[in-house]
Ligand binder design. Structure first.
Ligand code: NAD
Ligand code: ZN
Ligand code: ZN
Length: 405
């Protein structure tokens, strides 16, 4: 085998599909590869022929020029595919297995992995705990918006689907197991959602919609989704959520109209640092808005699940403090109300198997909830553009036409 096609970051607002190398069992130098990772031997890995690979809001932070992502970085951390080559040290995963790849890269050997905190594995990223494919500051593992991709520590990382034909029938649902379904579910779990909870989800992008569908699965009484994009709010209503339009003002008043009280039991931030202000400030970015409003509307003793991404450096931030990741948080409000917070990458492996079973046994229709749409790899630039413009769609790339077939 030689050759590969992949989606690469080409500067602010631009991605291109490029010719690139077919992966080998060694991490080679390239854009964004940490020098300490160059030459790393990956005989515990497999090469995956990508069946589906999704575009994520996390990719958009890079493509919008809001990170230090280098030009030519191959993107893509939401990968599902077939094993076509198996490394020397792989014991249980076999050629032909159809698998979901958790977006977190984890070694399975470090203290954090042993505690199932796979979002902060200590051995895969020389810069800091935690890693992902195709992402800035994540060690340089090549992205999977490509025909082929290398997956390290394959026995540990891969979730094999039990039956290939059954999996292909539900592939648009199962493709969400690599990130947004576990991420939304983690947001709901860590916000304390259970039977009878009232829940506010900030953000009606794919992660917010996945959090809302997860909250329903967990038994929430009412799930309210807030955004300022009417098309995305309509998408949330399509599967039984209530909605608030934050361009009309802070969510508290609208929540009071819906629930009789201006508060909820559980708050989920599925927006992150590129948050817009509320009401007449909706035209401008206000990175602390969602966190401050969640502290305001979450009942005392409640919890905030924060899958929305916050960064340590944001070259495109509106003010100097936000440029180094400092936000103007009203932490006193959170303290006075004894709120708990859970941030960080979702440890996908904690949830993906259970959620796979929920999909296979028709307990959740995640592809429908997020309005999954398949496009070819070559159409990735259009997918990025439409997603950036706020389409109520989760774009799924189909590099080999496997889903179309
Ligand atoms: N923690 C994790 O493991 C993890 C995994 C995947 C994605 N993420 C992050 O989750 C976030 C959401 O991802 P996505 O793919 O849905 O992104 P997205 O950009 O499609 O969605 C964000 C939505 O938030 C809305 N929004 C902006 N300001 C708002 C406000 N004040 N109140 C309510 N809504 C507001 C936007 O209009 C948009 O619809 C991103 O920050 C992404 O990086 C985190
Ligand atoms: Zn993602
Ligand atoms: Zn580890």
């Amino acid at each position: 085998m030689s050759g590969n096609r992949a989606v690469a970051y080409k500067g602010t607002g631009k991605v291109e599909v490029i010719d690139t190398d077919y992966p080998t069992f060694e991490l080679k130098d390239g854009p964004g590869v940490n020098p300490a990772n160059v030459g790393r031997q990956v005989h515990h890995g497999v090469i995956i022929k990508t069946v589906t690979t999704n575009i994520c809001g996390s990719d958009q932070h890079m493509v919008r020029g809001r990170t230090s992502a280098p030009i030519d970085l191959v993107l893509g951390h939401e990968i599902t595919g077939e094993v076509v080559e198996v490394g020397r040290d792989v014991e249980f995963i076999k050629k032909g297995d159809l698998c979901s790849v958790p977006f977190n890269i984890a070694c399975g050997r470090c203290r954090n992995c042993k505690e199932r905190k796979t979002g902060i594995c200590l051995n895969v990223n020389p810069d800091r705990p935690g890693s992902a494919y195709g992402y800035v500051d994540m060690g340089g593992w090549v992205g999977g918006q490509a025909e082929y991709v290398l997956v390290p520590y394959a026995d540990w990382n891969l979730l094999k689907f039990p039956d290939r034909d059954q999996a292909m029938e539900k592939i648009l649902d199962l493709t969400m197991l690599s990130d947004i379904l576990p991420t939304g579910f983690h947001g709901a779990v860590t916000a304390g959602v259970g039977v009878g909870s009232t829940v506010y989800v900030a953000g009606a992008g794919p992660v917010g919609l996945a959090a809302a569908a997860s909250a329903q699965l967990l038994g929430a009484a009412v799930v309210v989704v807030g955004d300022l994009n009417e098309e995305r709010l309509a998408q949330a209503r399509s599967f039984g959520c209530e909605t608030v339009d934050v361009s009309k003002g802070d969510p508290a008043d609208q929540l009071e109209q819906l629930l009789g009280v201006p508060e909820v039991d559980c708050g989920i931030d599925a927006v992150g640092f590129e948050a817009r202000g509320h009401g007449d400030k909706a035209g401008t970015e206000a990175p602390a808005t969602v966190l401050n409003s969640l502290m305001d509307i979450t009942a005392a003793g409640g919890a905030l699940g924060i899958p929305g991404l916050y960064v340590t450096g944001d070259p495109g931030a509106a003010d100097d403090a936000a440029k180094v990741g400092s936000l103007s948080l009203s932490l006193g409000t959170g303290w006075a109300k004894s709120l708990s917070f859970t941030t960080g990458q979702c440890p996908v492996m904690k949830y993906n198997r259970g959620l796979m079973m929920a999909i296979l046994h028709d307990r959740i229709e995640i592809a429908k909830a997020v309005n999954a749409k398949t496009i070819g790899l070559e159409d990735a630039p259009r997918g990025y553009e439409e997603f950036d413009a706020g389409a109520a769609t989760k774009y799924v790339l189909d590099p080999h036409g496997s889903v179309a077939a």
